[in-house]
Design a protein around this ligand. Structure first.
Ligand SMILES: NC(=O)c1ccc[n+]([C@@H]2O[C@H](COP(=O)([O-])OP(=O)(O)OC[C@H]3O[C@@H](n4cnc5c(N)ncnc54)[C@H](OP(=O)(O)O)[C@@H]3O)[C@@H](O)[C@H]2O)c1
Length: 273
């Protein structure tokens, strides 16, 4: 593989580099990183001996054909404008910036551009990274990015019109699920003589086992629920309560998150207010 560049060594940039190196899909000498602060670069150099450290983003752009930009949405256009003059259009830009559309990125860089939405669960080699290729991305470049990101978990190709809602599930979802697991544990400890710590341990183990069971059985959720909820039993009562209230709650939760996504897009200049 050609050298892969990662601009921005924050949470996501470091997680990707760590995943690529730990999985063996890239060697340290096949990765170059750049970041705003020397502190972040020193951390990278200490964590991954042999990794390439570029003093500036333009120095990185001169060395790499595949460039992953892992800075915050409000920072990406400035980074792209900074490196555009040293690129010849043969590079492939991969953006992690939520809410910054392909059209905006392609208006500054005339080569191939892909948007991707990783998930924090890739730290555990689980979860799905979303990939949305722009129309200028050739088959070879597309496959290369998909192979690279497959090294840290599953990947799913999505259209840009699907990206916002898919992001709510794959990337925001871990936050939602942790909140639900925590609420279940708190309710259990309020309801009886079980400490919160022990309830959280049970709830977490149950959630992991249930997800594994859903994936292994490949059954539709109602079929799986039928196996657990014997007629007239405790689970049936609980599921009925949830079925009555959860659709409205989740519709409100998703509407609120999509509204924030729209605000982020407007803030980053994709849409006029
Ligand atoms: N966190 C998530 O779960 C998640 C999930 C999916 C997508 N994303 C997306 O991933 C991107 C990064 O998120 P994050 O959570 O990793 O943010 P973060 O921890 O704040 O990291 C952003 C990094 O960008 C670097 N940076 C800022 N301006 C720069 C510049 N001009 N040149 C080079 N580096 C620069 C900063 O470097 P210094 O540290 O050197 O100052 C910082 O470490 C965002 O666009 C976000 O939308 C995040």
């Amino acid at each position: 593989m050609d050298t892969v560049g990662v601009i921005g060594c924050g949470e996501m940039g470091r997680m990707l580099v760590d995943g690529f190196l730990s999985s063996g899909v890239l060697r340290a000498d096949e990765v170059v990183v750049s970041s705003r602060s020397k502190g972040s670069l020193d951390t990278c150099a200490a964590a991954w001996p042999g990794i390439g450290i570029a003093a500036t983003n333009t120095e990185l752009a001169r060395q790499c054909r595949l460039i992953i930009i892992a800075v915050r949405p409000q920072e990406i256009m400035a980074v792209l404008r900074e490196i555009a003059p040293v690129m010849d259009g043969s590079e492939h830009i991969v953006s992690l910036a939520a809410g910054v559309g392909l059209a905006d990125l392609e208006s500054v860089f005339w080569g191939s551009v892909t948007r991707t939405v990783p998930t924090i669960t890739s730290r555990a080699w689980q979860g799905t990274t979303l990939i949305c290729h722009g129309h200028r991305v050739g088959a070879g470049d597309a496959i290369r990015v998909e192979e690279l990101l497959s090294s840290i978990g599953d990947v799913m190709l999505v259209g840009e019109d699907e990206l916002a809602v898919a992001t709510l599930l794959s990337s925001c979802g871990p936050g939602l699920l942790v909140a639900i697991i925590e609420e279940m544990a708190q309710a259990a400890s309020r309801a009886g003589d079980l400490s919160y710590d022990r309830a959280l341990s049970l709830a977490t183990g149950m959630a992991m086992a249930t997800a594994a069971c859903m994936r292994k059985a490949g059954e539709a959720p109602p079929d799986l629920i039928r196996r657990v909820a014997t007629g007239g039993g405790m689970t049936e009562v609980g599921v009925q309560e949830l079925r009555e209230r959860l659709p409205m709650i989740f519709d409100e939760v998703f509407a609120a998150m999509l509204e924030r996504h729209g605000a982020l897009e407007r803030w980053c200049g994709r849409k006029s207010p």
